[in-house]
Design a protein around this ligand. Structure first.
Ligand SMILES: Nc1nc2c(ncn2[C@@H]2O[C@H](COP(=O)(O)OP(=O)(O)OP(=O)(O)O)[C@@H](O)[C@H]2O)c(=O)[nH]1
Ligand SMILES: [Mg+2]
Length: 244
C-alpha cells in the first residue's frame, strides 16, 4: 500500500484534477493507494471537494482537517503521523503538491524505481538528466538553484534537488525520523531537514527525473520570510556539522 500525503491550502480546482489521476495511475500499476489530503480549512472548499471525490470512488481519499493555515511543514508532520499510525501496513509514504506541478505518472515510476533499486527514498529531481522546469520563470529557477546550492553546502548531501517536495519514502525509514522534524518555518527548510535526517539515518536515497509543471490554477505561497529563514537554517546547519 502507498499513502500519498498532500498538503492543501486553496487547491479545490487542482484537487479535482489531481485526485482521480493519481489514484487511477497508482491502482493501474497494482498499488493499493490512499491520498491523504491535509487541508487547513481552505475557504474554497478543498476538503469538501476531496471528500466528495473519495466517496464517489468508494474510497482512496482521506481528509485531515486542521483549524487554520499552519504551514506546509506542520501539515506534513500531521499527515506523516496519521499515515504511520492509521496505516501501519503502508510500504511507502509519499510527499506531493496538490497544484499539478508533480505529475502523478512520475510517482508510479518513482515507486517502481524504489522497488527495483531497494532504495529507501526516491526524490524527484529537476536537476538530473531527463528532469527540468516546464515554463519556469527565470526568477523561480534562480531561487531554486541557489537554495539547492546552499543546501548542498550546508548538509553535505550529494543530491541535485534537496528542496524538491515530491518524494517516495519507505515507511520504516520515515518512522525513524518523524519525531525529529522541528523546522516548521518554511516549506523549503522542512524539505531539506527531512532529507538531512533521512540521510543521517543511513537511508539509501536516489533521484528520479522530474519535469516540474507550472501550477495549474490558484496562487503560490512562497514568501520573502521563507527565503530568510531558509538561509538562516542552512548557515546554522553548516556550522553545527563542522563542530560535530
Ligand atoms: N495544509 C497546508 N498546505 C499548504 C500550506 N502552504 C502551502 N500548502 C500546500 O503545499 C503545496 C505546495 O505549495 P505551493 O504554494 O505550490 O508552493 P510552491 O510549489 O513552492 O510554489 P508554486 O510553484 O508557485 O506553486 C500545495 O499543495 C499547497 O496547497 C499550508 O499552510 N497548509
Ligand atoms: Mg507549487
Amino acid at each position: 500500500m502507498v499513502v500519498v500525503v498532500i498538503p492543501t491550502y486553496m487547491e479545490a480546482e487542482n484537487v479535482r484534477w489531481l485526485l482521480p489521476r493519481l489514484l487511477d495511475s497508482l491502482e493501474k500499476a497494482g498499488w493499493r493507494a490512499l491520498a491523504l489530503i491535509v487541508d487547513d480549512s481552505s475557504p474554497d472548499g478543498t476538503a469538501e471537494v476531496a471528500e466528495e471525490i473519495g466517496s464517489k470512488r468508494g474510497g482512496g481519499v482521506e481528509v485531515l482537517r486542521r483549524p487554520k493555515k499552519l504551514g506546509i511543514g506542520s501539515a506534513y508532520i500531521d499527515g506523516f503521523r496519521h499515515a504511520l499510525m492509521r496505516h501501519p501496513w503502508a510500504k511507502y509514504i509519499c510527499e506531493m503538491d496538490a497544484d499539478g506541478s508533480h505529475p502523478p505518472e512520475t510517482l508510479v515510476k518513482m515507486l517502481e524505481y524504489a522497488e527495483r533499486l531497494g532504495a529507501d527514498v526516491v526524490v524527484a529531481s529537476r536537476y538530473i538528466e531527463g528532469g527540468g522546469w516546464v515554463d519556469g520563470s527565470l526568477t523561480r529557477v534562480l531561487i531554486s538553484r541557489s537554495a539547492n546550492l546552499l543546501a548542498r553546502i550546508s548538509t553535505g548531501i550529494k543530491l541535485s534537488d534537496l528542496t524538491s517536495g515530491f518524494r517516495a519514502i519507505r515507511a520504516e525509514s520515515l518512522r525513524k525520523v518523524v519525531d525529529k522534524l522541528t523546522e516548521l518555518r518554511s516549506g523549503y527548510v522542512f524539505q531539506v531537514q527531512l532529507l538531512y535526517l533521512l540521510s543521517r539515518a543511513d537511508c539509501k536515497i536516489v533521484e528520479y527525473p522530474l519535469k516540474f509543471m507550472p501550477r495549474r490554477s490558484g496562487e503560490s505561497k512562497l514568501g520573502k520570510n521563507e527565503i530568510i529563514s531558509y538561509a538562516e537554517w542552512c548557515v546554522k546547519t553548516f556550522f553545527r556539522r563542522l563542530l560535530d
